[in-house]
Design a protein around this ligand. Structure first.
Ligand code: CUA
Length: 326
């Protein structure tokens, strides 16, 4: 098959480490995706060179000049037309075959996968592990097929992990999936690739690939943070991991939401004219029912955390906010 030998040829040119066009391959399916890309790439390079050469060659060869007599153009040449119809048809069939094969590998997950729930929201990623622990980073064991079951809290986001060659829209009210098998330990980037509002470009995360025998220990230790840490410290961790930090600064900078610095104990004006004192109950209600008491000058864009943060987690965040007065 044409595509088979071309595949082998192009695979030899630039596989392995990251190249000018493609980042390093961190998943099993990445090699197949890249082979399709390189097939298209080198066929395009070949025809660009061929057509450019012929163009220049004909311009020089058939230019108007002294002693040159113009000739009648031939009207029809059946063998030539068959030739330039059949060859491109074979090429696009080869491209389809290569693309379809890698598409199937990406679309069909194996039977036994480790499943992690992914939630996209304005503007962060949340990864929920089988034991219920939620993290802002995606931790996975190497050499294990990982399946992500993804959904959105608000608008359409798109989960994109270039090193793993996976990218899929994350949609409210519906689940989408991607799967991959990580090949090498390390940290890799995650992006949102669907414009989703003000802080779309800050909707970043990492995939951290662990050694298979170290992953369980990591998960156990990470899940245990509320009992291991003082509440204010646990609250700081939740602030970073659960999407607070994208909108609420702790240094006085005004973001999409009010800053948390020097906030506790002050009086704030709300949309509608009322004034409240920032104490535990106001903070709690702002987390579970953020639309009910919006601070004047801000948009009502915060998603609710009702059912998504446990009571002791909310208390820990409030304890952390108190420390920001010092
Ligand atoms: Cu989420 Cu862009």
């Amino acid at each position: 098959m044409i595509s088979g030998s071309l595949r082998a040829l192009v695979a030899a040119m630039g596989a392995g480490e990251g190249t000018f066009w493609l980042p390093s391959q961190a998943s099993e399916t990445a090699a197949e995706v890249d082979a399709s890309f390189r097939l298209v790439y080198w066929i395009s390079v070949f025809f660009l060179a061929l057509i450019t050469f012929l163009l220049v060659f004909f311009i020089v060869r058939y230019r108007e000049r002294a002693g040159y007599e113009r000739q009648q153009a031939p009207e029809h040449n059946t063998p030539l037309e068959v030739f330039w119809s059949v060859i491109p048809t074979l090429i696009v069939i080869g491209l389809f075959w290569s693309g379809y094969r890698s598409y199937l590998s990406l679309a069909v997950a194996p039977q036994n996968t480790y499943e992690i729930l992914v939630t996209g929201q304005k503007w962060n990623w949340q990864f929920t592990y089988p034991n219920g622990y939620v993290d802002a980073q995606l931790h996975v064991p190497r050499d294990t097929a990982i399946k992500l079951i993804m959904s959105s809290q608000d608008v359409i986001h798109s989960f994109y992990a270039p090193n793993f060659r996976v990218k899929r829209d994350v949609i409210p009210g519906r689940y989408t999936q991607v799967w991959f098998t990580p090949l090498a330990t390390g940290e890799y980037d995650v992006f949102c690739t669907e414009y989703c509002g003000t802080s779309h470009s800050a909707m970043l995360s990492k995939i951290v690939v662990h050694e298979p025998n170290e992953f369980d220990a990591w998960l156990e230790e990470a899940s245990d943070f509320l009992t291991r840490m003082p509440p204010a410290e646990a609250g700081q961790m939740l602030y970073r991991m659960r999407g607070c930090k994208q909108c609420h600064s702790v240094d006085g900078t005004v973001g999409t939401g009010p800053t948390l610095a020097q906030l506790f104990g002050t009086s704030v004006s709300l949309v509608g004219g009322a004034t409240v004192t920032v104490e535990e109950n106001y903070l709690r209600s702002s987390i579970v029912d953020p639309q009910s008491q919006v601070v004047a000058g801000f948009e009502p864009v915060m998603p609710t955390y009702r059912g998504r943060l446990k009571d002791e987690e909310i208390s820990a965040i409030i304890e952390y906010i108190k420390t920001l007065n010092q």
